[in-house]
Design a protein around this ligand. Sequence first.
Ligand SMILES: N[C@@H](CCC(=O)N[C@@H](CS)C(=O)NCC(=O)O)C(=O)O
Length: 68
Amino acid sequence: MPNITLYHASPSRSSIVHWMLEELGEPYEIKLVSFKKGENRQPAFLAINPMGKLPALEHGDTVITEAA
Ligand SMILES: N[C@@H](CCC(=O)N[C@@H](CS)C(=O)NCC(=O)O)C(=O)O
């Protein structure tokens, strides 16, 4: 089980992080988040990123929320 998880929606800035992960070649998991269904505003996702925005990249206990 990879310890890197990308919360992703396309099109969005999380595609930049998806690209980075592909170039790194490390194993990762993708969890799709639907803006249309408002999943980024649900408590389960707000527990990952309280701003309710993508990207969110979990690496172990660390969460990174800036594509830059
Ligand atoms: N500071 C963040 C901003 C991320 C951001 O604004 N993401 C947009 C998608 S590109 C988002 O999640 N919008 C959903 C919303 O605000 O409800 C970054 O640049 O990585």
